[in-house]
Design a protein around this ligand. Structure first.
Ligand code: ADP
Ligand code: MG
Length: 244
């Protein structure tokens, strides 16, 4: 579903991605962990073209972008449609209700009929446990509820994969569990997810595979048990606070 080949990205003279390779199957959920500033967000942003990589190739489903060639706007648009994005800071429209936030892109970007999309949006709200919050605005919702609306909004575009950048990091610890619960269920339902997080509980709960990222490249990867309980690389051990 997702293939990344030799992806590189620099900001000025600072090389942030150093030739990243990843192959991710449909329905697999892969979690990236690693220290702040190691390039995790840049990696996700390069995947859906919020940043342009300097070299390498990204394929999501049937769309490939090769950074060594001029990128067509339409190809970029198709890639973005296949990869939904969820951010740490929700980024909901503050003046719109939960329901209106979800309807916005399917109606205004895809031009789908409002009534049809509305039925799907209400289903999605129910799926994230917010059937009774459809007409609340973001300011009337808790952080955990806002993030669940943001997840429903991303799913409303029917992406082939969901990219999530620290989806629980802006939340108070007691609100993280409701978001983990939604993401666990999506993973169990077979959604392809690529997730960056510092929330090791979330990583353990949803990951088929955890990748330790450091210095712009993948250091090691494995099942949650392998990587979190029996890391082999000294940098991974250090990050996880494990002594050899
Ligand atoms: P992470 O998500 O792992 O914390 P980021 O991908 O946000 O790391 O950042 C990796 C590095 O790239 C950091 O040193 C950061 O300062 C730098 N960086 C990120 N975005 C930009 C940008 N738009 N311009 C310049 N430097 C950036
Ligand atoms: Mg980040």
């Amino acid at each position: 579903m997702i293939t990344v080949e030799q992806l590189t990205k620099s900001f000025g003279s600072h090389r942030v991605l150093n030739g990243v390779d990843l192959r991710q199957a449909a329905s697999e959920s892969v979690v990236f962990i690693g220290p702040s500033g190691c390039g995790k967000s840049t990696f996700l942003r390069c995947l859906n073209q919020l940043e342009s990589p300097d070299s390498g190739r990204v394929t999501i489903d049937d769309v490939t972008i090769d950074a060594s060639k001029p990128v067509q706007r339409e190809t970029q648009r198709q890639l973005r449609l296949r990869a939904g994005m969820v951010f740490q800071q929700f980024h909901l429209f503050p003046h719109l209700s939960a329901l209106e936030n979800i309807l916005e892109a399917p109606v205004h970007v895809l031009g789908r009929p409002r009534r049809e999309v509305e039925a799907e949006a209400l289903d999605l709200l129910a799926r994230v446990g917010l059937a009774d919050r459809a007409h609340h605005r973001p300011s009337q919702l808790s952080g955990g509820q806002q993030q669940r609306v943001a997840i429903a909004r991303a799913l409303a575009m029917k992406p082939r994969a969901l990219l999530l950048d620290e989806p629980t990091s802006a939340l108070d610890p007691e609100l993280r569990e409701e978001v983990r619960d939604v993401l666990r269920r999506l993973a169990d339902d077979g959604l392809t997810m690529l997730l960056v997080t510092h929330d090791l509980q979330l990583a353990r709960d949803v990951a088929d595979r955890i990748v330790f990222f450091h210095g712009g490249s993948i250091v090691e990867s494995g099942s949650p048990t392998e990587l979190l309980d029996h890391p082999t690389h000294p940098r991974t051990r250090e990050f996880l606070g494990k002594t050899a």
